[in-house]
Design a protein around this ligand. Structure first.
Ligand code: PEP
Ligand code: MG
Length: 759
């Protein structure tokens, strides 16, 4: 059964549009279940009726004509109850309705399963049988499983249709809305540029080209490139492989020479498709064909074709990389955005970002906030490979994306963009003013840095120090570990830029969703795996080189503080402190006279919350990493869009943990700040100040907003609000209480300028 399911889903996935997908579904399910009829009804959101969209067994003329309201017929019943319905005598059921157009009276039994995607009923999958018999449990389970698997495929095909004008009623191009999660606040109106991870065939978009001859030339050059690579590889391996193993290279060469693959690609290019799209299409078809074969050896050939496809694609992309044009108001779209992709766009052109994967606390979203670029993450249903070049709206406040937006919607969002700009301009005036509450409480505001651009922005916005310098950023944009000297230069730049203000440098925090291309870590559960201090304690050479570079860089400036990430207990802390002392001794032995800098620990693992006093005793300061602390306390992967709505800084458990940390640190006489994204959320900042945090560190973009809000309040008022919030057990109620309180104080406008748009 599993095999049949897999085959059907694969075939449906490869269908060219929604109509073809539904056609395959009804045909294959009918065959697999040995029933006389299989039909799909989809819920049309406009008319709110279940419309017959495909059938095998009923009269095909009824397609598109027969429909029923949710309170009509058996199909309506399955849809509204959101449960399967299995009837031996369908016509005896009170909800049975007869449609003459379908020739339905001949079928006695009925089995229907709802098609549900992200809690939304999309339609109903039905099989019918002439014989009067109840479908058995196995058949019911098969249909339910089938419809669960198909819901995503149908949603995807439907969305693609609406974007490219192939919608279910052939309505042409329409505005469509896709829901993701907020990544970075703000709105943007612009043109999509789909960027691809290197050589990933599955995500290559379709793209029409005018210059067909140029595409053919590119493709021929790519073929030639791969051919010569294969010959070179084969020759290189001559001494290491047996002749029969080397035969694989000959197979590859044959496939390339083979009239089939090369010629098929050329044929598609001639229709006006670019070479990469044509290659994806042809390789996809071959791979599908091989994967559906029952013979294991032939199935394996699918991976050869894929590999060849990737090699050809790498050549095509290399050629294109040099010619990629970024339009003005460019909105970058990718399956999984990486910080490196952001860097490629020429300055001033990038207005928005969309990532199909990832969530609001993925590191790329953190960078986007630091750069002040509206971003939506986790838009899992967006058929991104089809949207290159079309108009988009990014709503980073609500986590929504609009494709082909109407003139009216574009105008509304353009107004929001303008309002944001004016707001930011107004806040510039705050730069030289202290962050002081109405009753005179001083709240130091620091910045988080990592990108080069952060330094300038931080200085422009009046930061009082760096609370978190993510040292992994310069590591991520290199192709190998930077040497001690290279690191020293980078760190010196950072320390000098802020001198005499303190700069808190965190030791290398890789793992989780921060990968180094040259130091890959493959794990089932990367966030519970080899991350942060765990990696660097296992590789003291990396830790020592980095610490030495920091210490040397601070010579004469003396504004360095060192911060240790992912500490889960005193043992790790002691080992790290030991290495820091060792590096300090070495640096001084080499003749650089620097004082031992203050050392701090990040509190970002629940275990550290409960050992906060023991940890605080051994260090000079603490800093809470609320991004990770929230994910570990709530057991919600910060990177997973499916559970993004469960990730909440204002969950009562998180608030209580933060209070424990502040109390523990202060009981040991040590200062405690917070450098997670929570500190940069103006409403959260009010609560954190009231809790007694000694410093808030955030991205430079949000710093003026936080400063503005804290200057409008008294500490007493903030404490009152905190007391009120701490007595609430429900995160949603905490959010609304906080928003209402700030709105009543006349401080609502800092929270969400796009709140009036109804789309
Ligand atoms: C945190 O976890 O809150 C933090 C500041 O570190 P990062 O986001 O880099 O993991
Ligand atoms: Mg962290």
């Amino acid at each position: 059964m599993l095999n049949t399911l897999r085959k059907i889903v694969q075939e449906v996935n490869a269908a060219k549009d929604l109509k073809a997908a539904l056609g395959i579904i009804v045909q294959r399910v009918r065959e697999a279940m040995g029933s006389q009829v299989c039909s799909v009804y989809l819920l049309d959101p406009e008319s709110n009726r279940f419309v017959l969209m495909a059938t095998e067994g009923l009269n095909k003329k009824a397609i598109g004509k027969v429909s029923m309201a949710p309170n009509e017929g058996l199909v309506g019943l399955v849809g509204t109850r959101e449960e399967p319905l299995n009837l031996e005598h369908a016509s005896e059921h009170p909800r049975y309705r007869y449609f003459a157009e379908t020739g339905e009276e001949r079928y006695a039994s009925f089995l229907g399963a709802p098609i549900i995607h992200h809690r939304r009923v999309m339609g109903v999958l039905v099989v019918q049988q002439k014989e009067q018999r109840q479908f058995d449990e196995g058949e019911e389970a098969f249909l339910v499983t089938m419809s669960a698997q198909l819901s995503g495929v149908i949603a995807h095909a439907e969305a693609t249709g609406s974007i490219r004008g192939l919608g279910r009623q052939g309505k042409g191009i329409q505005e469509a809305k896709f829901i993701g999660v907020p990544g970075s606040p703000g709105a943007a109106v612009g043109t999509a540029v789909v960027v691809l991870p290197p050589a990933d065939l599955d995500v290559v978009p379709d793209k029409a080209v005018d210059d067909i001859a140029a595409e053919l030339e590119l493709f021929n050059a790519a073929l030639e490139g791969v051919r010569s690579d294969m010959r070179a590889l084969s020759a290189k391996m001559a001494t290491q492989l047996r002749p029969e193993e080397r035969a694989l290279f000959d197979v590859y060469l044959m496939m390339l020479e083979d009239a089939a693959l090369g010629n098929e690609v050329v044929k598609i290019i001639r229709t006006g498709q670019w070479a990469q799209g044509a290659l994806r299409h042809v390789v996809g078809e071959h791979v599908n064909r091989f994967e559906l074969m029952d013979d294991a050896y032939l199935r394996e050939r699918a991976s050869d074709v894929k590999d060849l496809g990737r090699r050809l694609l790498a050549y095509l992309q290399q050629a294109r990389q040099q010619t990629l044009v970024y339009p003005d108001n460019c909105i970058l779209v990718s399956e999984e955005l990486s910080p490196a992709m952001l860097g490629e766009v020429p300055e001033g052109k990038l207005v928005g970002l969309i990532s199909v994967q990832g969530s609001g606390n993925s590191h790329v979203a953190i960078f986007a906030r630091a750069m002040g670029i509206p971003t939506v993450m986790g838009v899992v249903d967006l058929p991104y490979s089809k949207i290159d070049g079309i108009q988009l709206i990014v709503d980073g406040y609500h986590g929504e994306v609009f494709t082909n937006p109407s003139e009216l919607l574009r105008k509304q969002y353009a107004e929001v963009v303008e309002e944001e700009r004016q707001l930011a301009q107004g806040l510039d005036a705050l730069r030289a003013l202290p962050c002081e509450t109405l009753d005179g409480h001083r709240m130091p505001l620091w910045v988080n840095t990592g990108l080069l651009a952060d330094v300038k922005r931080a200085q422009e916005r009046g930061a009082e120090g760096v609370g978190l310098y993510r040292t992994e950023v310069p590591f991520m944009i290199k192709e190998r570990f930077p040497s001690e000297k290279e690191q020293m230069v980078i760190y010196r730049e950072q320390l000098a830029a802020f001198h005499p203000l303190p700069v808190t440098m965190r030791s290398l925090d890789i793992g989780g969703d921060k990968a180094l291309s040259y130091f890959p870590i493959k794990e089932e559960n990367p966030f519970l795996g080899w991350r942060g201090i765990r990696v660097t304690l296992d590789h003291p050479e990396i830790f020592l080189v980095q610490t030495r570079a920091m210490l040397k860089a601070s010579a004469g400036l003396n504004n360095l503080r060192i911060l240790l990430p992912m500490i889960s207990g005193t043992q790790e802390l002691e080992e790290a402190l030991h290495l820091i002392h060792r590096a300090w001794g070495e640096v001084r032995d080499e003749g650089t006279d620097v004082p031992l800098p203050p050392v701090g620990v990040m509190i970002e693992i629940p275990a550290a919350v409960y050992q906060v006093r023991e940890l605080a005793r051994q260090v000079d300061f603490l800093s809470v990493g609320s991004n990770d602390l929230t994910q570990y306390l709530l057991a919600v992967d910060r990177n997973n869009p499916r559970v993004a709505d469960l990730y909440d800084f204002l969950h009562p458990a998180v608030l209580q943990a933060l209070r424990l940390v502040v109390a523990g640190a202060h009981a040991e006489g040590k200062p405690v700040s917070i450098c997670g994204e929570m500190a940069g959320d103006p409403a959260c900042a009010v609560l954190l100040m009231a809790m007694g945090f000694d410093g808030l560190s955030m991205n430079a973009t949000n710093l003026p907003k936080v400063k503005w809000l804290l200057r409008q309040l008294s500490l007493t008022k903030a404490q009152e609000l905190l007391n009120q919030v701490m007595s609430i057990d429900n995160p949603q109620v905490i959010h609304s209480t906080l928003q209402l309180a700030l709105r009543n104080l006349g401080l609502g406008r800092m929270i969400n300028p796009a709140s009036d748009i109804q789309a």
